[in-house]
Write a protein that binds this ligand. Structure first.
Ligand SMILES: Nc1ncnc2c1ncn2[C@@H]1O[C@H](COP(=O)(O)OP(=O)(O)OP(=O)(O)O)[C@@H](O)[C@H]1O
Ligand SMILES: [Mg+2]
Length: 125
């Protein structure tokens, strides 16, 4: 029988994110829970400063939550080490950033191949 996690691509559970600047703590995510199913297309909408990018960075493994959990294919990645997170991002997650963040002295093909090369794949593959 198929388990629940065969169909959920990414899940956030009770996600919290606080930013501390000196004595000031900004509570940005206050218990956000969501499930994104495999093949689903989801938009996150909200006013500027409401925490959309913060949520995406956490769901995409670019930042860690202050509280709560992120499940990627059923695995909790919210407390992975930097090294493990780098591998997950390289192998499992694709980002298109607002300002692209491409490497200017590489061409399009080389930019696309970079994560594969870092992962030990050969150019020809
Ligand atoms: N690294 C940080 N340090 C301190 N505060 C931060 C940091 N990143 C985000 N914030 C604060 O968290 C809040 C949410 O920011 P975030 O960038 O997630 O909003 P957003 O919904 O993506 O906004 P926009 O629509 O402008 O892209 C803002 O108040 C922002 O100032
Ligand atoms: Mg944003």
């Amino acid at each position: 029988m198929k388990s629940l996690y065969d169909t959920i691509a990414v899940e956030g559970k009770q996600l919290m994110k606080d930013f501390r600047l000196g004595d000031t703590i900004t509570k940005v995510l206050k218990g956000v829970s969501l499930q994104v199913m495999k093949g689903e297309f989801v938009s996150i909408m909200g006013p500027s400063g409401s925490g959309k990018s913060t949520l995406l960075y956490i769901l995409g493994g670019l930042d860690a939550p202050t509280g709560g959990f992120v499940y990627l294919n059923g695995t909790d990645i919210s407390h992975f080490s930097d090294e493990k997170m780098s591998r997950i991002r390289r192998q499992k997650i694709g980002f298109v950033f607002q300002f692209y963040n491409l490497i200017p002295n590489l061409n399009v093909e080389e930019n696309i191949m970079l994560p594969l090369l870092l992962d030990g794949k050969r150019m020809r593959d």
